[in-house]
Structures are given as C-alpha cells and as structure tokens.
Design a protein around this ligand. Structure first.
Ligand code: 5AD
Ligand code: SF4
Length: 473
C-alpha cells in the first residue's frame, strides 16, 4: 500500500505516464479489454472522466456500458452533498460480490470524495477489495496508478493534498462529436461557507490562453460545433496568470475560431460579473444567450453568512443590466434552502427574489452539512422537515415560472443545433436552442449535427415541441 502527498509535477512524471500508456497499449493489443466509468456530480467530473477514458483508450481498453463486461471499473465521485456520498458508498458495497466472482477485475475510486481523509480511511478499513484510490490532483498519474494496481495485492492509495501545476496533453475521449467541454480554470478561492469544493479541488489555476485556444482549434478541426468552457468560477479566469487576460478577453479570442459556432460557459459567480463580460455576451455572435448565475439565497443576512460577497440588490442590478443589454437571455441559477439560521423571513426573501428574477430554470438543493466547512459549526441548523417543506415550495414556484417563461416561446422561430434522435420518441429529433432549451421536432436523421430553424408549437416546464421550418445554410 503506498500513500504519497506532493505538489510538484515534473516533466519526468509526465513522460513516465506516456511511457506506461505506450507499454500498456502493446501489452493489451488483441486482448479486447474493456473499461466502465460511473461519474457522479458536476461537469468538471464528467470532463475528468473523459480524460480517464482517454487514457484507458490509449492503453488499449474499450468502453463498455455494462459493468459485468468490464476489466477496469472506475467510480468518479462527488462530495458536494452528503446524499451523493451515501449513494456512492452503497454502490461501492455492491462491487464486492463482483470482485469475488471476477477477482481479476480492477476496481478504482477517484474524484472529490477521495480528497477527504475520512473517506480514504473508510475505504482502507471497510472496502479492502478496492484496488486503487486516487484524487482530483493526480488524475494525470492514472496510468502509473493502474499499472501499480495490476501488479499489487493490496489497495494502491495515491491522493495528493494539492497540485499547483496544470498537466496539459492528457488524452481525452469525448462523449460525442458535436459538443465538447473545455477546462479553462481549475479550483476555487471563494470559500462559500457551505461548500467543500475549495478543500477538494484546491486553489484557482488558470490554463494558459494558448493551450485553451489550441485545444479548441483542434476540436473545431475534428468537427465539434459547440464548446462549453468549464471552471468553478470562470469569471476569475486569468487572475493568476502573468499575461494580462481576463475571461471576457478569452471569449473574444475563442469567438474568432473558425468552425466553432456556439460558446457556452459555466459557472459564473455574481461577485465577478463585470460590464465588460455583459458586453462580450451581447457583442460576440457565438457566445450563447444563457447565463448560469447561482444566487444561493435571496436574503442578505444569509448571503453574508454564506460569504457570497454580494447583496440581493447587487444581484438584481446585474440581472437588470443583463436583460437591458441582451433581451432574450435565459438565466438559470442554483439555490440552497435551509442554510443554518435561515428563518421563514429569509426563505420568503428567496421566494421573492425568484419571483422578481423569473429564472428560466433553477437547480434547488437542501443544505447539506459538509465536514471541514465553516457552516458545519454554525448554530441554528434548520430542522430537516422544514428544509423539505421549503424545497417543495420553492420547486413549485420555480416550475410555474419555468412554464410561464417557456410559454412566451410559443409561435417563435428559434435556431436549434440538432443533437440526435429523441430518447422518448424515435420519430423525432432533439436539440437545443442558443438559450439552452431542449426542443423536439419531426425531421430526418441527416439533420443531426446541423443548425435548423424550428417553430415552437408546444411548451412544458423542461422541454418544447417544435416544427421544422428550414435547415440553415
Ligand atoms: N449543501 C447544499 N448544496 C450545496 N451546494 C454546494 N455545497 C452545498 C451544500 N453543502 C450547491 C450550490 C452550488 C451547487 C453546485 O451545489 O448551490 O452552486
Ligand atoms: Fe463552492 Fe462557492 Fe467555489 Fe462555487 S464559488 S465552488 S459554491 S466555494
């Protein structure tokens, strides 16, 4: 069993991974080995899984959706809320029987949960059949960890506390050929008092603009049409770079890349929304009219306790400016109910803000106590019952607003990027508007991957039905 903690990645470390990938590719040739990855949590994790899949593919493994067929199984975990952790431990328990039946299978757990010491201790103690454990900071080292696990009888544990380097050139196996995720900044410096992310993902580190641009150019060459720029807080992009460049500058650079037609990004922190960014969204033709702007609470008292660094008045001012400049913009958000000390009055402030903003949609969460965060120790934790009632009331309100907002789309003609056939109705195609709304409509499968104009004829809270008008040239 090995456990190391370090923060510097050397050229040699990186070269070693490439050498192992090459060795494994030769060794695994014609063996038809397969891998399966289960991903929990946010888009960062989804994208990390694409990197793990990329490395496995280069090592000669093929992807399988079926756990039973796999030679390597990875669980890429999330620890943002306790609920997710409990579910993941449940899934890990189920692997025991599989390992007994197929002792040669390699089982790995990685991601944010592994950055928590108690979790690693629990795996060491109660789940000895797990072959490898690694965290978010040494993902690039996966080939070496896998090789070690293949040659070891005990659990290989390799979790780093931090990593100030960004390792470029990790192979990526992207899910499809149309839309791609691209990391622009890792980590978070904000320390919202409820949130565990800064503890498990480390401090903010921006990628060099050139690395981002090169990656997106090669995605365009491969035929990708839409990219989503990823970061816990994309708006602080560039703060740590020697080159004077901010997020809006980056959008201008990316907007010039031929072949990419749509640019999205997430997540934005309200405290860092500048006029320059609002004007960039307005002025850049490829930047889509959608902003995910988590508010978390509508009460100034709670916002302060959350360490969000803005007031509800400032937030509403940003919304107004966004709508003044980009009238059709869709705005979505994240909201937490039941933060410690949240009174009925605070919750009413949240409902009131939701009514004022009229979000297109909202991700709503019950506050979950996370070990090591400031809020964990706060007095007046809210009763579970009350939290659930508040969540229900909030969801009901937001649903009615989503329906109302989507109703406004009825009869309008919108641009849709066709993504595939509808899962529910194989007769229909499905795609998204620039405002990120899902539209189903009848059409031939040769339209997949193309931009079409669709007239909206029926709307619901989450989806819309449309009628194909024409293919865009
Ligand atoms: N409890 C509930 N929700 C949380 N989030 C982050 N931490 C917690 C927590 N401890 C939510 C926030 C964030 C989203 C990704 O998850 O709303 O924006
Ligand atoms: Fe968590 Fe706040 Fe950072 Fe978002 S900005 S990842 S909520 S600490």
């Amino acid at each position: 069993m090995s456990e190391r903690k370090e923060i510097i990645v050397t050229e040699e470390d990186i070269k070693k991974q490439k050498d192992i990938i090459n060795q494994m590719a030769i060794l695994n040739k014609d063996k038809y080995l397969k891998f399966h990855i289960e991903t929990y949590g946010c888009q960062m994790n989804v994208h990390d899984s694409e990197k793990l899949a990329g490395m496995l593919t280069e090592m000669g493994y093929q992807h399988t959706d079926n756990l039973e067929d796999a030679d390597v199984i990875l669980f890429n975990t999330c620890c943002v809320r306790q609920h997710a952790e409990i579910r993941i431990f449940g899934r890990v328990s189920q692997l025991k029987e599989l390992k007994q039946r197929k002792p040669n299978i390699i089982l790995g757990i990685c991601g944010c949960m592994m950055q928590e010491k108690e979790v690693v201790a629990a795996i060491r103690k109660d789940y000895p059949y797990i072959d490898m454990v690694f965290g978010t900071h040494n993902l690039f080292k996966f080939p070496e960890i896998l090789q070690e696990a293949l040659n070891s009888d005990t659990t290989v544990i390799d979790v780093w506390d931090d990593n100030s380097n960004i390792v470029e050139d990790i192979p990526i196996r992207r899910a499809e050929g149309l839309k791609a995720w691209v990391n622009i900044i890792y980590g978070c410096n904000n320390f919202c008092t409820y949130c565990i992310v800064p503890y498990v993902r480390g401090r903010e580190r921006s990628r060099e603009p050139k690395d981002i641009i090169d990656e997106i150019k090669s995605l365009a060459d491969e035929g990708f049409k839409e990219i989503t720029l990823l970061g816990q807080n994309v708006n602080s992009y560039g703060n740590d770079l020697s080159q004077k460049v901010d997020f809006a500058d980056l959008l201008y650079m990316i907007n010039n890349i031929n072949g990419i037609e749509r640019i999205r990004f997430m997540t934005s922190h309200p405290k860092d929304i500048s006029d320059k960014l609002i004007f960039a969204i307005r002025d850049l033709d490829k930047v889509c009219e959608h902003l995910h702007l988590p508010v978390q609470s509508g009460s100034n008292r709670i916002l302060e306790k959350m360490n969000r660094k803005y007031t509800r008045e400032r937030y509403l001012e940003i919304i107004e400016k966004l709508r003044d400049n980009i009238p059709d913009i869709a705005i979505t958000t994240d909201i937490i109910v039941g933060f410690p000390g949240e009174t009925d009055e605070d919750f009413q402030d949240t409902l009131d803000l939701v009514k004022k903003v009229k979000y297109d949609s909202a991700y709503t969460f019950i506050y979950s106590k996370r070990k090591g965060t400031v809020a964990e120790k706060m007095p007046d934790q809210v009763d579970e019952d009350i939290k659930h009632k508040r969540l229900e009331e909030l969801i009901k309100l937001q649903n009615s607003i989503s329906i109302e907002k989507n109703n406004e789309m009825n009869g309008k003609i919108v641009e849709v990027l066709v993504e595939g056939t509808s899962k529910r109705d194989s007769d229909k195609l499905t795609g998204r508007t620039r405002t990120n709304k899902i539209v189903h409509f009848k059409g031939e499968s040769n339209l997949i991957g193309k931009f079409v104009d669709v007239k909206i004829i029926e709307t619901k809270a989450w989806t819309m039905q449309g009628e194909l008008i024409s293919e865009q040239i």
